[in-house]
Ligand binder design. Structure first.
Ligand code: ATP
Ligand code: MG
Ligand code: MG
Ligand code: MG
Length: 562
């Protein structure tokens, strides 16, 4: 490729609003441009890297037995209403209307669309298991789009879904995808860790995140210094003494299940940085403190209970169990619905939650302005905390240390949540209708691009791992007015291309300094500089990552670079 024809607008200055290196360098090196907050154009250099990531993803996903399809990005509201998520997904879901005033959403994820698709076609156990995936733009109106491609509002995701007739079949496939993900991120050159998702308090095998280790990561990983134990420590408040702020305003009032707007207000009110967790509640069940996380995206209604004090007690209650413990939906902890033996342990955040929305004495309804002390009998105050650095690892081996991570992948056993809600049924061997048992598997493809850039750069620019770089070799004739240099450079260019390499030649009439600065920014693994000694048949090869410079004769180049 000739650089004179490539669209790669480089910048000398660091863009003012780009806080982290990957964001700065992808802009400066001409890989991308912002169109609006969290919305980017991927320029030709980025496309080439994205395609490499996608090739790896496709190879590894196909290896699991999944096949690729492409679903629509525009979803009718009806589909989301069937699963119940239209009402609970919250403000992250982009919603719009067509000319007939019908509601639609831009796909944030595709559980609904794929369940609808599969349920109409797969009706017998004989057609299961089935695994499908796509690579597509996703839309999420993130509260805080930032860090460039790391948190966009439109971003590229690989999302996969699997359908099974038994839990064993799902478990088996989950393992395969887990291995595929390890291969994918290893092949991308990333330093990463697979962690138990959703805090260290569970040892469950039901969901894992793949975290790229990085100081700019928004997630915190608790890992053992001496074993494989690693888990996501999800943000949640440390329990402190509860102070009531608006006592005089309290009154019981009935209103419908919180809608997206209420949830958004709650999130804003309590500044819950984590995008998925709306609130955590501490409750005491059978003399044990547990933490219930009320989530805002995937499973708003699946209030999950985790042991808090002793992270080695590792159970996720099923949504059914959980509901019976603390009510039927978000904030269902009113006095009448609190079963015997259950205590709410109040902290500021819990109290805030309780103050705002609580009490599902009647399904679908809640109270607001509830005061825990006054309106809920079993409120207790306790000094509780999350897993901390220096704690003994929950598996008993080593102590806990913390690290920051970027979530690039997430695998999740969904169970029958969507198939039950949406009538995704198949006939089993005995002719009985059963809901599919499902799994879902995401990879942030554009986030992965940024994560690689985050791990591979130096003060001069990007330093891609060789197989991920947009080109293999950058050939630079220093002075394009010098016929010999141009001739030698062209010859090298052709030779390397014929050997199957992807080569960029800087044929621009620019000063040498400009060419070298751009070249360093791009991060192409090897640079061949054709300068004054071209007339003697000598050139310079520079290794981008190490800075190592080798003098070579034109005839040796191919051998050296392969
Ligand atoms: P996060 O916790 O960072 O908000 P998530 O848990 O909401 O991510 P998932 O629903 O698990 O994301 O989506 C699958 C993958 O999509 C994530 O693991 C991540 O790599 C990617 N992803 C999610 N949100 C974004 C975003 N706003 N921009 C870029 N990639 C994203
Ligand atoms: Mg999110
Ligand atoms: Mg997450
Ligand atoms: Mg996730």
């Amino acid at each position: 490729m000739k650089q004179s024809t490539l669209f790669m607008p480089t910048l000398r200055e660091v863009p003012a609003d780009a806080e982290i290196k990957s964001h700065q360098l992808l802009l400066r090196a001409g890989y991308m441009r912002q169109t609006a907050s969290g919305i980017y154009s991927y320029l030709p250099l980025a496309m080439k890297v994205l395609q490499k990531i996608e090739t790896i993803v496709r190879e590894e996903m196909n290896n699991t037995g999944a096949s690729e399809l492409l679903m629509p990005a525009l979803h009718p509201a009806e589909t989301w209403k069937e699963s119940g998520r239209w009402d609970v997904y919250g403000p992250e879901l982009f919603r719009l209307k067509d000319r007939h005033n019908r509601d639609f959403a831009l796909g944030a994820t595709h559980e609904e669309v794929i369940t609808q698709l599969v349920r109409d076609e797969v009706k017998s156990y004989k057609r299961l298991p089935l695994a499908l995936y796509q690579i597509q733009s996703k839309f999420r109106d993130e509260q805080r789009p930032r860090f460039g491609l790391l948190r966009g509002r439109e971003f590229i995701m690989k999302d996969g879904y699997s359908f099974h007739a038994s839990q064993e079949s799902l478990d088996e496939y989950y393992e395969k995808v887990f291995t595929a993900y390890q291969n994918i991120f290893r092949r991308c050159g990333l330093d990463f860790r697979a962690v138990i998702a959703d805090s260290g308090a569970m040892g469950g095998k039901d969901t894992h995140e793949f975290m790229v280790l990085s100081e700019v990561g928004e997630d915190t990983i608790a890992y053992s210094t001496d074993s494989d134990y690693a888990a996501n420590v999800e943000m949640a408040p440390v329990v402190t003494e509860y102070t009531r702020s608006n006592e005089e305003e309290l009154s019981l009032e009935k209103f419908e299940t919180p809608d997206a707007k209420t949830i958004a207000q709650l999130e804003e009110q309590y500044e819950l940085a984590s995008n998925s967790i709306i609130k955590s509640l501490v409750v005491k069940v059978d003399e044990e403190y547990v933490l219930a996380l009320v989530r805002g995206d995937h499973e708003l209604n699946d209030i999950k209970i985790k042991n808090l004090l002793n992270a080695s007690v590792v159970e996720f209650a099923s949504p059914e169990e959980t509901k019976s413990v603390i009510g039927t939906s978000i904030g269902s902890i009113g006095p009448l619905s609190l079963p015997e033996g259950i205590k709410i342990i109040a902290d500021n955040a819990v109290a805030a939650m309780v103050n705002a929305v609580t009490g599902a004495n009647e399904e679908g309804y809640h109270y607001k302005n509830v005061n825990p002390d006054r309106d809920i009998e079993n409120v207790e105050y306790a000094d509780l905390r999350f897993i901390q650095e220096g704690d003994v690892s929950p598996d008993g081996n080593g102590v806990i240390a913390f690290a920051k991570g970027i979530e690039v992948g997430h695998v999740f056993k969904l169970g029958t949540k969507y198939s039950e809600a949406m009538g995704g049924l198949y006939l089993d061997e005995n002719g009985r209708n059963q809901p599919y048992i499902m799994g879902c598997y995401g990879i942030g493809v554009s986030r992965t691009l940024a994560a690689i850039a985050e791990q591979y750069h130096d003060e001069n620019g990007l330093t891609w791992p060789s197989h991920m770089a947009p080109f293999n070799v950058h050939v630079i004739p220093v002075n394009v007015k010098d016929d010999t240099q141009v001739e030698v450079a062209d010859k090298i260019y052709t030779t390397l291309q014929q050997a199957g390499m992807d080569v960029l030649i800087d044929d621009r009439k620019e000063r040498a300094g400009v060419k070298f600065t751009d070249s360093d920014l791009f991060g192409i693994p090897a640079r061949v500089t054709v300068g004054k000694r071209a007339s003697e048949g000598m050139v310079e090869i520079k290794v981008r990552q190490t800075g190592e410079v080798i003098e070579a004769s034109v005839d040796e180049i191919l051998q050296i670079l392969t």
